[in-house]
Ligand binder design. Structure first.
Ligand code: SAH
Ligand code: SF4
Ligand code: F3S
Length: 493
């Protein structure tokens, strides 16, 4: 049977799509291998900014140099945009799959394995959510597969990510996603609940619902009468769920019912990633975000009333066309006022076909960088204060892996240390400047150091005496001992 290797760029959507493709191939009897020895390479791509897009072409070069006989499938946002030109320029590319076309990956791989000279593309957007569950055997059967193979593909199955919708209709002025992911379409509620139950039956207790604008779930033709707030209540009452997260909500569409759900549902994590993008009303307007900074602050106030221990993180774009020093200061002010505990911040990058790319008042890269640096300094201080404020508190940690072991499979180039954002941490200029903490706790022979997350999404290293055996996926009570640069150190209580 053929072997395959996955390389994933981009957001959690892509990570999820790659995990599904890997699972499907394993179910077909294929096996995962390193890139040097793989018969096929699956490259899942991102084009949200210019940098990640360039990475695709360089990665294709690396694949060709390391393993000239591998046949490559390119999927994701760059594949959607570049289509068949990808194999015109790169002879080793045999399959091109757009955002909805990923569902066809297993069949496409099987066909190329049989007919090695074929080239296949699936680039059309489908009218309905491209549900792929029917293509997978029940999870129970997957469990009988050798661990290591499937475990790697599943990345870290103590936490599950479940797609609830595909695409986006917002057309924010800077953003390419509506073009690469297609029109918004919701997944059927029954299918979402079915997948959640499957994960919970496997012992996963931490679920993240994924979509580009989750708040408007159900409000398109694919909707079945269930709103996003109703979906939250339905998922929250499933047996075995302990933590529920959502990524990404849009501040404009955050209804009172959703705020209410934050108050009512204790499993809804007290950490919310709520993209602000910019602090000044003029820039928000020009971005087409559909809210003002006052609206955003009011929403935060309501959320804090509903869930007093809630903490927020955000996405920010610096140096959007026309951004003045005053506009930028408004962003700094908002970051302080909301007291974000972390932010993924980027210099604005022109994307072809977007409204912003046509704007004439572009900001010079050096000025973008200078503003970004100021933002980084302020955000770093806030993160430090936040982590410091955790010292001494008693909380709970979901154990994920021994701190010494690599947490995630090497098939995933991307990784997610913190609660999901639809952008990747490694792509964020803020976090790229400072390495995440490596574990500095040296467990002695009587203790083991575990890594996990508390319900605010902080990475926590927990020192656990060896005689108290633990397994990944359990939630343990801890006391936070010390704040480190990007993580916390704790002991069992
Ligand atoms: N649907 C999500 C975001 C998806 S894109 C939302 O609306 O929040 C992820 C992030 O990439 C965005 O939040 C934005 O901060 C950043 N981004 C998108 N397009 C960009 C561009 N052209 N330049 C710089 N950053 C961009
Ligand atoms: Fe859609 Fe988010 Fe992009 Fe706006 S930033 S167009 S909401 S994906
Ligand atoms: Fe990138 Fe596409 Fe996700 S552009 S951020 S992979 S939706």
């Amino acid at each position: 049977m053929p072997s395959f290797h996955c390389i994933t760029h981009g957001c959690q959507m892509n990570v999820n799509d790659s995990a599904w493709v890997a699972r499907s191939l394993v179910l077909m009897g294929w096996h995962e291998s390193d890139m040097e020895n793989a018969d096929f390479v699956f490259l899942n791509t991102c084009s949200v900014r210019e940098k990640p897009q360039h990475r695709v072409l360089s990665t294709l070069g690396v694949i060709r140099d390391t393993n000239p006989r591998a046949k490559v499938a390119v999927a994701g946002c760059v594949a959607q945009q570049m289509g068949e030109t990808l194999w015109e320029r790169n002879a080793h590319v045999h399959i091109v799959l757009g955002s909805d076309g990923v569902a066809m990956a297993p069949r496409a791989f099987a066909r190329i394995a049989k007919h090695p000279n074929l080239r296949l593309s699936h680039l059309d957007f489908t009218d309905t959510f491209p549900d792929r569950d029917s293509q997978l055997l029940p999870f129970k059967e997957q469990e009988s597969l050798p661990t290591g193979t499937l475990g790697a593909s599943l990345k870290n199955d103590t936490r599950a990510f479940v797609n609830i919708m595909q695409g986006c209709d917002n057309y924010c002025a800077y953003c390419i996603v509506p073009y690469t992911r297609g029109p918004r379409k919701s997944r059927a509620t029954a299918s979402i609940l079915h997948e959640c139950k499957e994960w919970l039956a496997r012992g996963t207790c931490d679920i993240t619902l994924l979509g580009q604008n989750v708040n408007v779930f159900g409000e398109d033709d694919g909707g079945d009468g269930t709103s996003f707030s109703q979906l939250l209540y339905k998922v929250a009452e499933l047996d075995g769920i302990k933590r529920l997260h959502v990524v990404t909500p849009h501040p404009r569409d955050f209804s009172n019912e959703i705020v209410q759900a934050y108050g009512d549902l204790s499993v809804l994590a007290p950490r919310l990633h709520l993209p602000l993008q910019a602090g000044s009303d003029a820039i928000l307007k020009s971005m087409g975000r559909g809210y003002t900074n006052t609206h955003y602050l009011k929403l935060v106030e309501n959320l804090k009333k509903a869930k007093p221990n809630i903490a927020l993180s955000t996405d920010l774009i610096v140096g959007f066309p026309g951004e003045t020093e005053e506009d930028f200061k408004e962003t700094l002010r908002m970051v302080k006022e909301v007291n974000f505990i972390s932010s993924f911040s980027f210099a604005y990058s022109d994307r072809p076909g977007t409204r912003a790319s046509e704007m004439t008042n572009k900001i010079a890269p050096a000025l973008q960088q200078e503003r970004l640096n100021r933002l980084i300094v302020q955000q770093a201080e806030q993160e430090e204060q936040w982590l410091k404020s955790r010292e001494g508190i008693e909380t709970e940690v979901l154990l994920e892996a021994h701190s010494k072991k690599p947490k995630y499979s090497n098939i995933m180039e991307s990784h997610q240390e913190r609660p999901a954002s639809l952008i990747h941490q490694e792509n964020s200029e803020i976090t790229a400047l400072s390495n995440p903490d490596t574990n500095t706790v040296e467990p002695d022979q009587n203790n083991t150091s575990w890594q996990g997350h508390d319900s605010w999404g902080n990475t926590v290293n927990v020192i656990i005496p060896n005689h108290l055996e633990q397994k990944a996926g359990s939630i343990v009570p801890v006391r936070i001992l010390r704040a480190k640069r990007h993580s916390l150190l704790a002991e069992l209580r």
